[in-house]
Design a protein around this ligand. Structure first.
Ligand SMILES: Nc1ncnc2c1ncn2[C@@H]1O[C@H](COP(=O)(O)OP(=O)(O)OP(=O)(O)O)[C@@H](O)[C@H]1O
Ligand SMILES: [Mg+2]
Length: 272
């Protein structure tokens, strides 16, 4: 671990700004694309850099990209907070979910008010339901989750510990599924707080790895006996499926590390 505070600290302002924009574009593209956004990396870059739209592409996709890019700014701001609170998560959720539809069953900037589920294919090769923890348990579970997050931010982690921290926070967040929507994007943003705080570039789940990523989360959730009744995070298993997710996350660093290396090479050229 170097003695610099953040991953861009050794760069001149102009090089740093380009790197931060590249990281923002890649992070935004992959995370929105994972939930079905149709914009390519090139289009995402164009929209964010030029402030223009792509002809024929949905307005919703443009808004998601803007929302996610804005949420990344909030993540960097949160690095200076003494403590991350539920209010911070609600503000971030409002930023990520750009559609502020007034629907009491689909609250934005609040925990979910209705049960939510996903489906998966079980060992018998049959479609099955998985119900996430009930709305009544979310307050308590998320206070615990935030306690873990704040604890993780009190330490500067080495690389192996930072990825473990990211994987744990990410996995537990999507397993709680506290919001009616946006849980994946929120997890992929928030779990990077300890990573950034420890001086590393963000871990970015690649959209090309969507199948493996979702399968791994699903395999882990299948090891929880009664997910719907989960009321305490200490009940979450620490097992081989979780370890598999840590390993996957370790591989999701390569794209931003490459961007950082390229920026550092530009900086070194300048020094000569
Ligand atoms: N079959 C599954 N099993 C376990 N977890 C899943 C499964 N499918 C999705 N997830 C997790 O839940 C997230 C989707 O939840 P949600 O729709 O609330 O989030 P989102 O940000 O709107 O969408 P997305 O992840 O698709 O970006 C996924 O990103 C992933 O993290
Ligand atoms: Mg969604």
């Amino acid at each position: 671990m170097s003695d610099k505070k953040y991953f861009y600290d050794h760069l001149d302002p102009d090089i740093k700004n380009i790197l931060l924009a590249q990281v923002r574009n890649v992070w935004t593209h992959h995370s929105t694309s994972l939930e079905g956004n149709s914009l390519t990396l090139g289009e995402t870059d164009f929209i964010l850099e030029e402030g223009l739209t792509i002809q024929g592409k949905p307005l919703k996709d443009h808004n998601e990209v803007y929302g996610h890019a804005k949420a990344i700014e909030r993540i960097y701001q949160l690095l200076n907070s003494p403590e991350i609170t539920p209010h911070d998560l609600f503000k971030l959720h409002e930023t990520v979910l750009t559609e502020h539809v007034i629907d009491i069953d689909q609250p934005v900037g609040k925990w979910k008010s209705q049960s939510n589920f996903t489906t998966y294919v079980n060992k018998e090769n049959k479609q099955a339901w998985r119900e996430y923890p009930s709305p009544q348990s979310i307050d308590g579970l998320m206070l615990q989750w935030l306690k873990n997050l704040n604890l993780s931010l009190a330490t500067v982690w080495q690389q192996a510990e930072a990825v473990k921290m990211y994987a744990e926070l990410h996995l537990s967040f999507v397993t709680i599924h506290p919001f009616f929507d946006g849980n994946g994007r929120m997890a992929r943003l928030l779990a990077n707080l300890p990573v950034l705080k420890s001086g590393f570039p963000p871990i970015v789940v690649s959209q090309e790895d969507r199948y493996q990523y979702k399968l791994c989360l699903s395999d882990y959730q299948n090891t929880i006996l009664d997910l719907e009744a989960l009321s305490d995070l200490t009940q979450l298993p620490d097992n081989a499926e979780k370890q598999h997710f840590v390993e996957l996350c370790n591989g999701y660093w390569s794209e931003t590390v490459e961007l950082l290396n390229n920026a550092t090479a530009m900086q070194n050229k300048r020094k000569k």
